[in-house]
Design a protein around this ligand. Structure first.
Ligand code: NAP
Ligand code: FER
Length: 338
């Protein structure tokens, strides 16, 4: 337990990142200061927002400094505690980053009860991506029974939950994904009404066929050509939570934007969304999501990659659709699964 494996940011990529932008180092585990907690990382979350953190481009958050440990949410087990609120052996979710041991302040950790939900869900359906789906759809999308809800990256961490909550709310749910296998999953396993393969189908024709009554809510995870096609089919008063723009995260220069005229004609609402604005309402989200999970109304899929050294490669795959479900790295043993 004396060595800490860490993945550091080596360079700010221009365009698509490569594994050479990261380096793996081994360091000693530092001593704990008063009030701090030492955690052994079990799961590390890999998320598209990390592309923004390794870019010099202006964004809503400051980038990771070159030579620093990559940021990221983690599920860990406490190995040593200098804080009375946490004891050895407990499971916590925090932001320890891409490393096998992390030191955290107690206020940055939340305790997890493995008897309530599998601990890895704190990085996915019961964590930041789930909260994004819940508030972006319900607070901005305001789906009404009978309405049509479309979501892109629909088999992913956020999209899969958006579509399932839309169904719980009595809507038609239509997914857009990058493979036939993902399409089959969201329709057959998750209960979406229809799904479109963005790589093989004509988006305009397929959306017309899947949404005969038009589109009332579009949860946008991609921007680009998918947003452009969806805008052609929106209804009067449509709502568009703008949650992600993954189609342009690796762009060297920003692509020309979509034609926004349908927004004006349809008096549609398009609103930017940042999950951090909803931290004060986390309890409401955890309450509903836990109830739906325990009632069997929600399913989730995790794409688990083994070992910290594989994190850079897995992260790059997010921008090519290689992940199928919430992408997580298993950094260490999960004792709740033994
Ligand atoms: P995810 O869907 O699990 O993984 C990313 C997926 O994006 C890929 O699997 C791929 O799915 C799709 N994709 C990749 N490149 C694409 C492209 N060029 N065009 C269209 N689709 C592409 O990721 P997630 O964690 O759920 O995040 C989804 C989106 O939500 C991201 O844009 C993320 O930044 C955003 N987000 C925003 C907030 C916020 O607070 N605003 C919070 C969380 C997440 P397919 O193979 O199916 O196309
Ligand atoms: C994302 C994940 C989180 C993202 C934004 C956030 C635009 C926002 C976090 C915050 O509230 O600070 O993928 O993409």
């Amino acid at each position: 337990m004396s060595v800490n494996q860490q993945i550091l940011l080596k360079s700010y990529p221009i365009g698509a990142p490569t594994e050479n932008d990261f380096s793996l180092v081994e360091t000693a585990i530092p001593e704990l200061n008063a009030g701090e907690v030492l955690n052994r990382t079990i799961y590390l979350s890999l998320d598209p927002y990390m592309r923004g953190r390794i870019s010099n481009r202006e964004s809503y958050a400051t980038p990771v400094a070159l030579g620093s440990v990559m940021v990221g949410s983690t599920v860990s087990q406490v190995v040593k505690s200098n804080n009375p609120k946490f004891s050895e052996g407990e499971f916590v979710v925090g932001s320890d980053g891409w490393e096998s041991y992390g030191i955290a302040k107690a206020e940055n950790l939340r305790k997890l009860d493995p008897k309530q939900l599998p601990i890895s869900t704190a990085l996915g359906i019961a964590g930041m991506p789930g909260m994004t789906a819940y508030f972006a759809l319900l607070d901005i999308g305001k789906p009404q029974p009978g309405e049509t809800v479309v979501v892109s990256a629909a088999s992913g961490a956020v999209g899969a939950i958006v579509g399932q909550i839309a169904k719980i709310k009595g809507c038609r749910a239509i997914g857009i994904v990058g493979s036939d296998e993902k399409c089959a999953y969201v329709v057959d396993e998750l209960g979406f009404d229809a799904c479109i393969n963005r790589r093989t189908q004509n988006l305009n024709t397929a959306l017309k066929a899947a949404c005969p009554d038009g589109i009332d809510v579009y949860v946008d995870h991609t921007a680009g050509p998918i947003l452009e096609a969806v805008l052609q089919q929106i209804n009067l008063g449509a709502r568009i939570p703008l949650v992600g723009l993954i189609s342009q995260y690796n762009a060297k220069t920003l692509p020309p934007g979509p034609n926004l005229m349908p927004l004006l004609i349809k008096r549609a609402l398009i609103k930017g969304f940042l999950v951090g604005d909803y931290l004060g309402r986390q309890a409401e989200f955890i309450h509903d999501i836990s109830q739906w999970l325990h009632a069997g109304k929600l399913k989730y899929k995790e794409d688990v990659v083994n070992r910290l050294e594989n994190a850079p490669h897995a992260f790059l795959g997010l921008f090519q659709g290689d992940n199928f479900g919430k992408l997580i790295v298993r950094v260490g043993d999960d004792p709740t699964k033994n």
